[in-house]
Design a protein around this ligand. Structure first.
Ligand code: HEM
Length: 488
């Protein structure tokens, strides 16, 4: 089935029910939809997710799509960083084994930076631009585990890092909608900005890079910093020694920040807007505040990964936020890099084609979610609690054992997910903000507690109200849901 429309379109409109692509996708059919600008994308149906994500990288490749989506040739400084992203492999293979020290450092850094940026005045209200404030707080928290103290507190380093990320996101959207022949003209402008940002970030990294580099002469000891930079140096020394130079490392750290810092900031800001918007109906603030305070008291005021996971209401708010307000409308992007691949429904995929799944329609499918477009803060925690009650009564409730695969929705109950598919860090065909499969975001296990401890700290220690809302919190820019600046 083919839909052809090369005109630029607001993507929310593009992906509404009227579009046959959604219904084709729901019925297990592969189809072609207009994508960003002059591109056409092949949409893989959710039912083929397992087949799709089990294809090896030499058949379907994620990194080749990042080159296109981010217009990486103009916005990253070095396309090899995307083609061979070993800095990301480290998150998957090593950083997750260090999760508890990361939780402790992140908790420490976030508290200090939130107090600094949101203020400590107990009497007077302070007006802030929420998104800007969250971005700088998260930039600092994330940088604590990337480059450690003191660089994570260096405002000019953090500012340049944010500028580099904005340049990548904007460049990806604006260059991507142009016809290929004129991209280099426009892209040259972004390339200049990228070079300037990277030069400034590189200058900030010089002392740290050289002091970390000198540690490579000896075996790692207890004094070795366990930040991302040091891990990258050790990894490169063992696997890619020719890549150990400051320019390459600056690009690798900056690309890594783009993935982690940008998405985490918008997710936390969106969650805060959703908490505020839903408070009148659900008393969201009081419920989350009480849950966070009780959890902390029960664990001597110390966050661990397991403690944060106990806040199932908070988990539900974060999950519901990403269900409705994830950054991208589509997910699990891959490019066909081999000849002759045939889909489960018999379509031969041309080499070079861009593939993805319709994430937003799947996450707002009325057959799966009751009132699918409504932000219901405790949608997932209520389902988890109901499962726990059913389990304690030793009766396997047919409602909750009905898995997604049956494609049956409930008219009046929680979503028909198996228990393991309810938490924030799960992934499935109807939960794709972190994609799915071998290349699903490994950072989600960090985001899982990062979101929760930031929100818990803000809600326990601050009263928050909306002062200014002239526009919606967010708007669609091509295929991305962007936060509108100025929400106070
Ligand atoms: C709310 C925050 C975040 C969201 C929504 C998010 C989402 C995503 C998505 C959609 C992908 C693409 C997967 C694919 O289709 O190939 C991805 C990849 C990745 N993310 Fe995240 N991410 C977030 C935060 C983070 C953080 C904090 C880190 C690091 C600490 C991180 C590290 C990575 C890495 C290394 C990859 C590449 C995985 C691979 O290619 O194998 N992410 N992320």
């Amino acid at each position: 089935m083919q839909l052809k429309d090369t005109a630029f379109r607001n993507s929310q409109h593009l992906l509404t029910e009227e579009w046959l692509g959604v219904s084709y996708s729901k019925h297990g059919k592969t189809c072609l939809l207009p994508g960003l600008g002059f591109r056409n994308d092949i949409i893989i149906p959710g039912a083929s997710l397992r087949w799709y994500t089990s294809q090896p990288d030499h058949v379907l490749n994620s990194y080749e799509t990042f080159l296109e989506l981010n217009q990486a040739g103009y916005t990253t400084g070095d396309v090899n960083v995307i083609r061979n992203p070993w800095q990301g492999d480290l998150v998957r293979t090593q950083m997750l084994s260090l999760i508890e020290p990361i939780v402790a450092d992140l908790d420490d850094e976030l508290k200090v930076s939130i107090d600094e940026k949101f203020g400590m005045d107990e009497k007077d209200w302070r007006e802030i631009d929420l998104y800007e404030m969250v971005r700088i707080v998260i930039a600092r928290g994330s940088s604590r585990f990337t480059v450690g103290i003191p660089l994570c507190r260096d405002e000019s380093y953090l500012r340049r890092t944010i500028d580099y990320i904005d340049n990548t996101i904007l460049g990806g959207l604006l260059i991507g909608i142009l016809p290929r022949p004129i991209r280099p003209l426009f892209g040259a402008f972004f390339r200049i900005l990228t070079t300037l940002h990277l030069r400034s970030i590189r200058n900030s990294l010089i002392p740290l890079f050289h002091s970390h580099l000198s540690l490579l002469q000896t075996s790692p000891g207890p004094e070795e910093p366990c930040d991302h930079l040091q891990m990258m140096l050790r990894y490169a020394a063992a696997n890619f020694p020719s890549e150990i130079n400051l320019t390459n490392f600056t690009a690798r750290i900056s690309v890594s920040n783009t993935g982690s810092l940008y998405q985490a900031s918008i997710a936390i800001t969106n969650a805060l807007f959703n908490i505020l918007d839903s408070d009148a109906e659900y008393s969201t603030i009081d419920a989350l505040r009480e849950e966070a305070a009780t959890t902390l008291v029960d664990h001597n005021d110390i966050w661990t990964k397991a403690t944060a996971a106990q806040m199932i209401k908070m988990d539900s708010v974060c999950r519901e936020t990403l269900r409705l307000h994830a950054f991208a409308n589509r997910s699990v992007f891959k490019k066909v890099v081999a000849n002759g691949l045939v889909t489960e429904d018999g379509i031969t995929l041309p080499k070079g084609a861009m593939l993805s799944l319709l994430a937003q329609p799947a996450q707002t499918d009325p057959d799966v979610f009751e009132a699918p477009l409504k932000f219901d803060p405790f949608r997932f925690s209520l389902a988890r609690e109901a499962i726990a009650v059913a389990a304690s009564q030793n009766s396997q409730s047919p409602i909750f054992s009905t898995g997604l695969d049956s494609n049956k929705g409930l008219s009046n109950g929680p979503p028909t997910h198996p228990l393991g598919k309810l938490p924030l860090d799960s992934t499935s065909a109807i939960n794709l903000p972190f994609a799915h499969g071998q290349h699903a975001c490994p950072g989600r296990f960090i985001v899982d507690f990062e979101m929760k401890i930031v929100l818990a700290y803000l809600l326990i220690n601050y009263d928050i109200e909306v002062v200014k809302r002239e526009k919606p919190w967010r708007e669609w820019a091509t295929e991305a849901s962007m936060l509108v600046k100025g929400g106070k």
